[in-house]
Ligand binder design. Structure first.
Ligand SMILES: CC(C)(COP(=O)(O)OP(=O)(O)OC[C@H]1O[C@@H](n2cnc3c(N)ncnc32)[C@H](O)[C@@H]1OP(=O)(O)O)[C@@H](O)C(=O)NCCC(=O)NCCS
Length: 171
C-alpha cells in the first residue's frame, strides 16, 4: 500500500486536500510542555549511557544556539530532533529520536530536512553528528541523507562505546 507522507507546518485543518492520506506527520517547533515526553522517547530510543538524563536533554534544548523540532502523528509525539549552531559555520545534530513503532515511515527524514533547511538558511557549511559504533540503522539512515563517516572516537559514550563522527557538507 502506498504511503503519502505530508510534512505540514500549518494548522492540521488548513492542510491542502491530497487523497488518500494514510499517514499524516506534523513537524512543529518544540514547546516546553513537550519535555517529559521527549525525555521518555530518548530513554526508549537509546540504551543507558547513550541516552540523556532529563536534565541533560533540557539543558541542550534550552541553549540559545539550539533548535528543537517535534514530529506528531495524529496528535501524539513520535519523534524529535535537537540541532545546534556552533562556531563558525557548523551545525551539530545533538540527537534524533523516532519511536520504534513509527520508524521507516519518513519521520526521521522529515525531522532531518527541517534541521538541514534551518542550517542552510543560517548559512552553515556543514553538519556533523556522533552515532554509536554498533547503531547500524542510524549509519544507514545518515548515509542515505549524504552523511559520511570521518572519524571514530573510542569510548565516546559513558557506557564505553565508541562513536562514529559523520559529516554532511551543505549545498
Ligand atoms: C535512525 C532513526 C532516527 C531513523 O528514523 P526513521 O523515521 O525510521 O527514518 P526514515 O523512515 O526517514 O528512513 C529513511 C531511510 O533511512 C534508511 N533507514 C532508516 N532506518 C533504517 C534501518 N533500520 N535499516 C536500514 N536503513 C534504514 C532507509 O534508507 C530509509 O528509507 P526506506 O525506509 O525507504 O528504506 C530511527 O531509527 C531512530 O530513532 N533510532 C533510534 C535512535 C537513533 O539511533 N538515533 C540516531 C542516532 S544519533
Amino acid at each position: 500500500m502506498a504511503h503519502f507522507l505530508l510534512a505540514w507546518r500549518g494548522r492540521p485543518e488548513a492542510l491542502p486536500v491530497q487523497q488518500p492520506v494514510e499517514f499524516f506527520m506534523l513537524i512543529r517547533d518544540f514547546q516546553p510542555a513537550d519535555l517529559p515526553t521527549l525525555s521518555e522517547i530518548d530513554q526508549e530510543c537509546f540504551p543507558p549511557g547513550v541516552s540523556y538524563s532529563r536534565e541533560e536533554l533540557a539543558a541542550y534544548i534550552a541553549h540559545r544556539a539550539t533548535r528543537t523540532w517535534v514530529a506528531e502523528d495524529k496528535g501524539s509525539i513520535v519523534g524529535f530532533v535537537v540541532a545546534s549552531r556552533e562556531p563558525v559555520r557548523v551545525g551539530h545534530i545533538i540527537t534524533i529520536d523516532v519511536l520504534e513503532g513509527s520508524r521507516r515511515q519518513g519521520t526521521g527524514t522529515g525531522l532531518m530536512k527541517e534541521a538541514e533547511d534551518w542550517a542552510r538558511k543560517a548559512g552553515l557549511q556543514l553538519i556533523y553528528l556522533e552515532t554509536a559504533e554498533d547503531n547500524l540503522a542510524a549509519h544507514s539512515f545518515y548515509a542515505t541523507r549524504g552523511y559520511r563517516k570521518v572519524d571514530k572516537v573510542d569510548r565516546y559514550y559513558s557506557n564505553g562505546q565508541a562513536a562514529w563522527v559523520m559529516v554532511k557538507h551543505l549545498k
